[in-house]
Design a protein around this ligand. Structure first.
Ligand SMILES: C[S@@+](CC[C@H](N)C(=O)[O-])C[C@H]1O[C@@H](n2cnc3c(N)ncnc32)[C@H](O)[C@@H]1O
Length: 214
């Protein structure tokens, strides 16, 4: 019995769901419907500056790009335009009803170069070595298993590919954000990446840090 209890404790502490509290609002369909309204707020472009983010990521025509945690697919029309007809965009999420909304956008906007992917909390299920750029916009603090996600994202990057984290400062949203930017950087570095560039403010008062695999 003692051994069983010890094994259970090890399993629980070895694989903590670090974002469990933040993700509570996402556990029900009602919760996700509420979030969807904020993600699709028609005034969002003004603050979020999607084109600036894409520019800073160095997205170019013909590239293959993944939007991890695409939600309702807010970034997809912008990314689709930036990579053009010879490029490809993966819009990935772990919630199928968010992807339904993204699917509707792909159809209504005729985004022929976008493929939607249902991943899970540890694996975005992207093909290996398939993407030049990965965007994680307002999503890193939702990763329940950051180490596993980072390993699988690394597998999906082409050699020389970049991972861009855009997120809020903890000091601006202390109840919602798990780590301050410098600790996010340390966590990602300790999972086999190095910093390529960093910008203090972009998008919706968010920081952006771009990484490559070591
Ligand atoms: C605040 S929303 C941001 C959505 C989108 N990036 C945007 O800015 O409009 C967070 C999203 O992360 C997704 N998410 C949470 N954990 C995830 C994971 N491990 N992998 C992929 N997506 C995840 C949620 O389902 C949700 O769509």
């Amino acid at each position: 019995m003692k051994i069983f209890a010890a094994l259970l404790l090890t399993a629980v502490t070895a694989f903590p769901q670090v974002a469990a509290e933040v993700n509570k609002a996402y556990k029900t369909k009602e919760g996700r419907d509420k979030v969807a309204k904020t993600l699709d707020n028609p005034n969002r472009d003004k603050n979020q500056k999607p084109e600036e983010i894409i520019d800073l990521m160095g997205v170019k025509p013909g590239m293959s790009v993944a939007d991890i945690g695409t939600g309702t697919g807010y970034m997809l029309p912008f990314l689709s335009k930036a990579v053009g007809s010879k490029g490809k965009v993966f819009g990935e999420d772990i919630a199928d009803d968010f992807l339904d909304r993204a699917r509707a956008k792909v159809k209504s906007d005729n985004l022929a170069n976008v493929e939607l992917v249902l991943g899970n909390e540890t694996d975005p299920k992207l093909p290996p070595r398939s993407v030049d750029r990965i965007l994680v916009l307002d999503v890193y603090h939702h990763f329940d298993y950051p180490d596993k996600m980072l390993a699988n994202l690394g597998r999906a990057l082409k050699p020389g590919g970049h991972l861009a984290i855009v997120d809020f400062y903890k000091k601006d949203r202390p109840d919602h954000i798990r780590l301050e930017r410098d600790d996010v950087v340390k966590e990602i570095e300790s999972n086999g990446y190095r910093v390529v560039s960093s910008r203090e403010r972009t998008g919706n008062n968010q920081y952006m840090v771009i990484f490559e695999k070591r």
